[in-house]
Write a protein of this length. Structure first.
Length: 251
Protein backbone atom coordinates (compact mmCIF):
# COMPACT_ATOMS: atom_id res chain seq x y z
CA UNK A 1 0.00 0.00 0.00
CA UNK A 2 1.37 3.43 -0.95
CA UNK A 3 1.41 5.88 1.95
CA UNK A 4 0.13 9.37 1.14
CA UNK A 5 0.42 12.44 3.35
CA UNK A 6 -3.11 13.92 3.41
CA UNK A 7 -1.58 17.36 4.11
CA UNK A 8 0.46 17.32 0.93
CA UNK A 9 -2.06 16.40 -1.74
CA UNK A 10 -2.50 18.62 -4.77
CA UNK A 11 -5.34 21.10 -4.25
CA UNK A 12 -6.00 20.94 -7.98
CA UNK A 13 -5.29 17.80 -10.01
CA UNK A 14 -5.49 17.93 -13.80
CA UNK A 15 -5.46 14.91 -16.09
CA UNK A 16 -4.90 14.40 -19.82
CA UNK A 17 -6.74 11.12 -20.28
CA UNK A 18 -4.95 9.66 -23.29
CA UNK A 19 -4.53 6.27 -24.98
CA UNK A 20 -8.11 5.00 -25.28
CA UNK A 21 -7.79 4.39 -29.02
CA UNK A 22 -4.48 2.55 -28.76
CA UNK A 23 -5.79 0.47 -25.86
CA UNK A 24 -8.64 -0.73 -28.11
CA UNK A 25 -6.57 -1.17 -31.25
CA UNK A 26 -4.03 -3.33 -29.40
CA UNK A 27 -6.96 -5.64 -28.59
CA UNK A 28 -8.42 -5.61 -32.12
CA UNK A 29 -11.37 -3.64 -30.78
CA UNK A 30 -12.97 -0.49 -32.16
CA UNK A 31 -11.60 2.80 -30.78
CA UNK A 32 -14.96 3.62 -29.22
CA UNK A 33 -14.67 0.53 -27.01
CA UNK A 34 -11.50 2.14 -25.65
CA UNK A 35 -13.44 5.33 -24.90
CA UNK A 36 -16.14 3.27 -23.13
CA UNK A 37 -13.50 1.57 -21.00
CA UNK A 38 -11.89 4.96 -20.42
CA UNK A 39 -15.18 6.18 -18.93
CA UNK A 40 -14.82 3.49 -16.22
CA UNK A 41 -11.39 4.92 -15.34
CA UNK A 42 -12.97 8.37 -15.12
CA UNK A 43 -15.44 7.06 -12.53
CA UNK A 44 -12.59 5.60 -10.48
CA UNK A 45 -10.43 8.75 -10.59
CA UNK A 46 -13.38 11.00 -9.72
CA UNK A 47 -14.35 8.79 -6.79
CA UNK A 48 -10.78 8.43 -5.50
CA UNK A 49 -9.95 12.11 -5.85
CA UNK A 50 -13.05 13.12 -3.93
CA UNK A 51 -12.35 10.47 -1.28
CA UNK A 52 -8.77 11.68 -0.86
CA UNK A 53 -9.98 15.25 -0.36
CA UNK A 54 -8.68 16.78 -3.59
CA UNK A 55 -10.61 20.03 -4.01
CA UNK A 56 -10.44 20.46 -7.78
CA UNK A 57 -10.20 17.78 -10.46
CA UNK A 58 -9.96 18.86 -14.10
CA UNK A 59 -10.22 16.28 -16.88
CA UNK A 60 -9.27 16.86 -20.51
CA UNK A 61 -12.10 14.97 -22.22
CA UNK A 62 -12.27 16.51 -25.72
CA UNK A 63 -9.93 19.03 -27.31
CA UNK A 64 -10.61 21.74 -29.90
CA UNK A 65 -8.41 19.70 -32.23
CA UNK A 66 -10.37 16.47 -31.59
CA UNK A 67 -13.15 17.88 -33.84
CA UNK A 68 -10.87 16.88 -36.75
CA UNK A 69 -11.26 13.17 -35.95
CA UNK A 70 -13.51 10.98 -38.14
CA UNK A 71 -17.12 12.12 -37.79
CA UNK A 72 -18.17 8.70 -36.51
CA UNK A 73 -15.70 8.83 -33.61
CA UNK A 74 -16.72 12.41 -32.74
CA UNK A 75 -20.40 11.40 -32.74
CA UNK A 76 -19.71 8.36 -30.59
CA UNK A 77 -17.73 10.48 -28.11
CA UNK A 78 -20.57 13.01 -27.82
CA UNK A 79 -23.08 10.21 -27.22
CA UNK A 80 -20.82 8.65 -24.61
CA UNK A 81 -20.35 12.00 -22.89
CA UNK A 82 -24.10 12.56 -22.67
CA UNK A 83 -24.67 9.07 -21.33
CA UNK A 84 -21.89 9.46 -18.77
CA UNK A 85 -23.20 12.77 -17.42
CA UNK A 86 -26.78 11.43 -17.20
CA UNK A 87 -25.69 8.26 -15.43
CA UNK A 88 -23.30 9.91 -13.03
CA UNK A 89 -25.22 12.97 -11.83
CA UNK A 90 -26.95 11.05 -9.03
CA UNK A 91 -23.56 9.84 -7.79
CA UNK A 92 -22.21 13.40 -7.98
CA UNK A 93 -25.08 14.48 -5.72
CA UNK A 94 -24.32 11.70 -3.22
CA UNK A 95 -20.65 12.64 -3.19
CA UNK A 96 -21.35 16.39 -3.01
CA UNK A 97 -19.38 17.03 -6.24
CA UNK A 98 -20.01 20.11 -8.38
CA UNK A 99 -19.76 20.00 -12.17
CA UNK A 100 -18.01 22.71 -14.14
CA UNK A 101 -17.17 22.91 -17.87
CA UNK A 102 -14.39 24.80 -19.66
CA UNK A 103 -13.96 25.13 -23.41
CA UNK A 104 -15.88 26.46 -26.36
CA UNK A 105 -19.34 25.21 -25.51
CA UNK A 106 -20.92 26.87 -28.55
CA UNK A 107 -19.31 24.15 -30.72
CA UNK A 108 -20.94 21.31 -28.75
CA UNK A 109 -24.21 19.77 -30.03
CA UNK A 110 -27.37 21.24 -28.45
CA UNK A 111 -28.37 17.99 -26.73
CA UNK A 112 -24.93 17.73 -25.09
CA UNK A 113 -25.18 21.33 -23.90
CA UNK A 114 -28.64 20.68 -22.46
CA UNK A 115 -27.38 17.64 -20.56
CA UNK A 116 -24.41 19.64 -19.27
CA UNK A 117 -26.62 22.56 -18.19
CA UNK A 118 -28.91 20.19 -16.28
CA UNK A 119 -25.97 18.57 -14.50
CA UNK A 120 -24.31 21.91 -13.70
CA UNK A 121 -27.56 23.34 -12.33
CA UNK A 122 -28.37 20.26 -10.30
CA UNK A 123 -24.93 20.11 -8.68
CA UNK A 124 -24.47 23.89 -8.33
CA UNK A 125 -25.07 23.85 -4.56
CA UNK A 126 -22.61 21.03 -3.85
CA UNK A 127 -19.72 22.07 -1.66
CA UNK A 128 -17.27 19.19 -2.15
CA UNK A 129 -14.87 18.61 -5.02
CA UNK A 130 -15.24 20.71 -8.19
CA UNK A 131 -15.10 18.43 -11.23
CA UNK A 132 -14.19 20.46 -14.31
CA UNK A 133 -14.61 18.83 -17.72
CA UNK A 134 -12.54 20.38 -20.51
CA UNK A 135 -14.75 19.96 -23.59
CA UNK A 136 -14.04 21.42 -27.00
CA UNK A 137 -11.17 22.96 -25.07
CA UNK A 138 -7.91 24.41 -26.38
CA UNK A 139 -5.52 26.56 -24.37
CA UNK A 140 -4.71 28.93 -27.23
CA UNK A 141 -8.39 29.36 -28.09
CA UNK A 142 -9.16 30.11 -24.42
CA UNK A 143 -6.36 32.74 -24.33
CA UNK A 144 -7.73 34.35 -27.51
CA UNK A 145 -11.26 34.47 -26.07
CA UNK A 146 -9.93 36.12 -22.92
CA UNK A 147 -7.91 38.65 -24.94
CA UNK A 148 -10.96 39.46 -27.09
CA UNK A 149 -13.11 40.08 -24.02
CA UNK A 150 -10.44 42.33 -22.48
CA UNK A 151 -10.14 44.27 -25.75
CA UNK A 152 -13.91 44.77 -25.80
CA UNK A 153 -13.83 46.08 -22.20
CA UNK A 154 -11.14 48.56 -23.27
CA UNK A 155 -13.17 49.68 -26.31
CA UNK A 156 -16.19 50.13 -24.05
CA UNK A 157 -14.07 52.32 -21.76
CA UNK A 158 -14.35 50.02 -18.72
CA UNK A 159 -10.65 49.16 -18.73
CA UNK A 160 -7.38 50.71 -19.78
CA UNK A 161 -4.50 48.52 -21.08
CA UNK A 162 -2.40 49.41 -18.02
CA UNK A 163 -4.99 47.70 -15.78
CA UNK A 164 -4.15 44.28 -17.25
CA UNK A 165 -2.29 42.30 -14.61
CA UNK A 166 -1.73 38.54 -14.51
CA UNK A 167 -4.51 38.31 -11.90
CA UNK A 168 -6.96 40.22 -14.08
CA UNK A 169 -6.05 38.21 -17.18
CA UNK A 170 -6.46 35.00 -15.19
CA UNK A 171 -9.99 35.98 -14.20
CA UNK A 172 -10.98 36.31 -17.89
CA UNK A 173 -10.01 32.71 -18.67
CA UNK A 174 -12.56 29.87 -18.66
CA UNK A 175 -10.88 28.72 -15.46
CA UNK A 176 -11.42 32.10 -13.72
CA UNK A 177 -11.99 31.36 -10.04
CA UNK A 178 -10.15 28.02 -10.08
CA UNK A 179 -6.64 27.80 -8.63
CA UNK A 180 -3.88 26.70 -11.04
CA UNK A 181 -3.33 22.92 -11.16
CA UNK A 182 -0.65 21.71 -8.76
CA UNK A 183 -0.22 18.40 -10.55
CA UNK A 184 -0.83 17.17 -14.09
CA UNK A 185 -0.99 13.49 -15.04
CA UNK A 186 -0.86 12.39 -18.68
CA UNK A 187 -1.32 8.74 -19.58
CA UNK A 188 -0.27 6.77 -22.69
CA UNK A 189 3.39 7.78 -22.84
CA UNK A 190 3.00 10.99 -24.85
CA UNK A 191 5.24 13.71 -23.43
CA UNK A 192 3.30 16.75 -24.51
CA UNK A 193 0.66 19.19 -23.33
CA UNK A 194 -1.50 19.10 -26.51
CA UNK A 195 -2.91 22.62 -26.01
CA UNK A 196 -4.22 21.93 -22.47
CA UNK A 197 -4.28 24.77 -19.89
CA UNK A 198 -1.29 26.58 -21.42
CA UNK A 199 -1.47 29.57 -19.06
CA UNK A 200 -2.50 27.67 -15.95
CA UNK A 201 0.26 25.01 -16.12
CA UNK A 202 3.06 27.59 -15.63
CA UNK A 203 4.21 26.04 -12.32
CA UNK A 204 2.36 22.73 -12.36
CA UNK A 205 4.31 19.55 -11.56
CA UNK A 206 4.09 17.20 -14.57
CA UNK A 207 3.78 13.42 -14.47
CA UNK A 208 3.80 11.08 -17.45
CA UNK A 209 3.01 7.37 -17.42
CA UNK A 210 3.16 4.80 -20.24
CA UNK A 211 -0.14 3.27 -19.10
CA UNK A 212 -3.09 3.83 -21.42
CA UNK A 213 -6.06 5.52 -19.77
CA UNK A 214 -8.37 2.43 -19.65
CA UNK A 215 -5.60 0.55 -17.76
CA UNK A 216 -4.89 3.36 -15.25
CA UNK A 217 -5.62 1.97 -11.77
CA UNK A 218 -6.12 3.26 -8.21
CA UNK A 219 -2.64 2.04 -7.43
CA UNK A 220 -1.17 4.06 -10.30
CA UNK A 221 -3.06 7.13 -9.15
CA UNK A 222 -1.61 6.71 -5.66
CA UNK A 223 1.86 6.15 -7.13
CA UNK A 224 1.56 9.40 -9.11
CA UNK A 225 0.38 11.31 -6.03
CA UNK A 226 3.28 9.89 -3.98
CA UNK A 227 5.64 11.17 -6.69
CA UNK A 228 4.02 14.62 -6.41
CA UNK A 229 4.62 14.56 -2.66
CA UNK A 230 8.34 13.95 -3.19
CA UNK A 231 8.80 17.10 -5.30
CA UNK A 232 10.17 20.44 -4.17
CA UNK A 233 8.15 23.26 -5.72
CA UNK A 234 10.44 26.27 -5.75
CA UNK A 235 8.45 28.79 -7.84
CA UNK A 236 11.70 30.45 -8.87
CA UNK A 237 13.14 30.67 -5.37
CA UNK A 238 16.09 28.77 -3.94
CA UNK A 239 15.78 25.62 -1.89
CA UNK A 240 17.28 27.44 1.15
CA UNK A 241 14.63 30.13 0.98
CA UNK A 242 11.91 27.49 1.08
CA UNK A 243 13.51 25.80 4.10
CA UNK A 244 13.66 29.14 5.93
CA UNK A 245 10.05 29.90 5.11
CA UNK A 246 9.07 26.44 6.35
CA UNK A 247 10.97 27.06 9.61
CA UNK A 248 9.17 30.37 10.09
CA UNK A 249 5.73 28.96 9.47
CA UNK A 250 6.40 26.04 11.82
CA UNK A 251 7.60 28.36 14.61
C1 LIG B 1 -8.02 10.00 -25.36
O1 LIG B 1 -7.70 8.83 -26.05
C2 LIG B 1 -9.47 10.40 -25.52
C3 LIG B 1 -9.68 11.56 -26.41
C4 LIG B 1 -8.75 12.29 -26.95
C5 LIG B 1 -11.06 11.91 -26.70
P1 LIG B 1 -7.35 8.86 -27.59
O2 LIG B 1 -8.60 8.68 -28.38
O3 LIG B 1 -6.55 10.04 -27.94
O4 LIG B 1 -6.47 7.55 -27.73
P2 LIG B 1 -5.15 7.40 -28.57
O5 LIG B 1 -4.22 8.47 -28.17
O6 LIG B 1 -5.54 7.51 -30.02
O7 LIG B 1 -4.64 6.04 -28.22
C1 LIG C 1 -5.34 15.20 -25.87
O1 LIG C 1 -5.18 13.95 -26.44
C2 LIG C 1 -6.79 15.51 -25.73
C3 LIG C 1 -7.53 14.71 -24.75
C4 LIG C 1 -7.04 13.83 -23.95
C5 LIG C 1 -8.93 14.99 -24.68
P1 LIG C 1 -4.95 13.77 -28.02
O2 LIG C 1 -4.85 12.33 -28.26
O3 LIG C 1 -5.97 14.52 -28.76
O4 LIG C 1 -3.54 14.51 -28.23
P2 LIG C 1 -2.45 14.36 -29.36
O5 LIG C 1 -3.14 14.57 -30.67
O6 LIG C 1 -1.88 12.98 -29.27
O7 LIG C 1 -1.43 15.40 -29.04
MG1 LIG D 1 -4.57 10.44 -27.98
Amino acid sequence: MIQLDPQKLPVHLAVIMDGNGRWAQQRMLKRIVGHQRGAETVKMVVEQSSLLGIRYLTLFAFSSENWSRPAMEVRALMTLLKKYIRQETARMMRKNIRYNVIGNRSDLPDDVNETLDEAILKTAGNTGMVLTLALSYGGRQELCRAAARLAQEAIDGRLSPGDITTELFDSYLDTGGLPDPDFLIRTSGEMRISNFLLWQLAYTELYFTETNWPDFTINELHKALADFQSRERRFGMTSDQLTQRGDLSNA
